[in-house]
Design a protein around this ligand. Structure first.
Ligand SMILES: Cc1cc2nc3c(=O)[nH]c(=O)nc-3n(C[C@H](O)[C@H](O)[C@H](O)COP(=O)(O)OP(=O)(O)OC[C@H]3O[C@@H](n4cnc5c(N)ncnc54)[C@H](O)[C@@H]3O)c2cc1C
Length: 403
């Protein structure tokens, strides 16, 4: 058991039940490797360069980091992974993990593939949500321009250039196609959060969709990143708006994955740092937001996306005293390949649990994979936490054999 681990999450037998000894050893080697910051930084640059130069390194990535953090390269290859989660009372958030597309053709292809994930969600009971990123379907610079005109939940379109207005309408029509396809399959749609300087455009679209589709139930979830200093305030503002206008708010609550990039940009441009000053401040804000939303389940439905044991325990404690109706408003979620000790122990305790499962061609999901490696290396304790749990399980299995 890890030094500070919480009793409910310390059952490593449940956590790693489906992993063979060889798979457990592979995971151990991977987390040991990503524990070295310099190696990860160098590896990230080298992988990006190698893929751009069309060097044949796909197989090495595929059998290491890709296998740990992604469900497969296609929807079809994801199915066995998703089915095996379902056998353990865990659903899937299906994510076509492409981001940072640059061409119209790329945006169209991504939109079509996201719609295909909606069709999969319709027929596959193991899929609970469909998710997408705006940078898969819209040009980054356009999102920046639109964000610059974002105030009080709306975009002031008249301040956009004619070309941007036209391009933004195209993006909105893609969003509508995705939303309609997902809603027809009666599974909710989630929208990921990205960098602060493009998030206004994403927030505006999320509010537009929630006004349209969240009148009776929660069909659309947006994401709030609690490493942002202003997020609790933004959540309270959307609560007031939703209460006034009569719609529900779906929220995927995360701490946030772009902290180093955010800080570097703010420093380069001489802007105030938008991030919480310390990890403890982010933790406090996350738990405050979680408590606020769970005490207003008349408006909010929450998906707590976290690998943090304290935050997950908050969910567990709330679940113990909530009514059946309130319980339907909370999902707990971890990324595929991370914190199985939280996922499967919560599922065993009958909470609604869902794994975020990205899929896509290895070269296309590279930014996601690099973020996962960086997150595990840069954030104090994550790789160590995973390593310790895997070690505990290896030790447990060995002692069982010896008995
Ligand atoms: C289901 C799911 C969906 C996700 N969707 C998104 C998404 O849409 N957008 C997105 O950005 N991320 C997303 N993530 C990734 C998520 O942001 C990271 O996995 C998460 O930040 C890791 O934190 P944790 O809650 O697991 O807890 P911990 O591991 O306890 O916290 C780590 C986090 O704390 C914060 N932090 C670390 N050091 C500091 C510091 N010095 N000062 C201030 N804050 C600090 C950072 O956010 C860091 O990632 C998602 C994660 C999950 C599980």
């Amino acid at each position: 058991m890890t030094k500070d681990s919480i009793k409910e999450f310390s059952d490593t037998k449940t956590a790693f039940e489906t992993l063979s000894d060889a798979e457990l050893n592979r995971a151990y080697a991977l987390f040991k490797m990503v524990g070295h910051p310099r190696l990860v930084r160098l590896g990230g640059h080298m992988m990006t360069w190698a893929f751009r130069s069309k060097l044949p390194i796909g197989w090495a990535v595929k059998w290491s980091i890709f296998k740990q953090f992604c469900g497969g390269e296609t929807l079809e290859t994801c199915r066995p992974v998703i089915d095996s989660l379902r056998k353990r009372n865990t659903f899937a958030i299906l994510d076509y993990g492409v981001e940072g597309e640059k061409s119209e053709e790329g945006f169209q292809n991504a939109t079509d593939e996201i719609i295909r994930t909606s069709h999969e969600a319709k027929t596959n009971p193991s899929v609970a949500f469909v998710v997408f990123k705006f940078t898969a379907i819209a040009r980054f610079e356009l999102l920046e321009h639109v964000t610059a005109q974002f105030r009080d939940h709306e975009i002031n379109r008249s301040r956009l250039s004619m070309a941007d207005q036209k391009e933004w309408s195209l993006v909105q029509s893609r969003v509508d196609r995705i939303a309609e396809a997902t809603l027809q399959c009666q599974k909710p749609l989630m929208i990921d959060a990205e960098e602060t300087w493009i998030q206004g455009a994403i927030d505006a679209e999320a509010i537009r969709l929630m006004r349209l589709y969240n009148r009776q139930s929660v069909q659309v979830y947006t994401t709030y990143q609690m490493y942002r200093k202003d997020s609790l305030e933004r959540i309270k503002a959307v609560y007031d708006l939703a209460k006034f206008e009569g719609f529900h708010v779906g929220v995927k609550l995360v701490r946030g994955a772009y902290i180093e990039k955010e800080r570097a940009r703010a420093s380069d441009l001489g802007l105030p740092d938008p991030m919480q000053s310390t990890k403890k401040d982010t933790d406090t804000a996350y738990n405050e937001a979680l408590k606020f939303m769970l005490s207003h389940t008349d408006i909010f439905a929450v998906c707590a996306g976290t690998h943090n044991e304290e935050s997950s325990r908050l969910c567990l404690d709330w679940h113990k005293t909530a009514t059946e109706h309130q319980r339907q408003r909370l999902w707990c979620s971890q990324l595929f390949g991370m914190s199985d000790h939280i996922t499967f122990n919560l599922a065993k305790l009958k909470l609604n649990v869902v794994k975020y499962v990205p899929y896509g061609p290895v070269a296309k999901v590279l930014p996601y994979l690099i973020r996962r490696a960086e997150e595990n290396t840069s954030v104090e304790g994550i790789a160590g936490r995973e390593l310790q749990l895997i070690q505990d399980e290896i030790r447990r299995r060995k002692s069982k054999v010896q008995c």
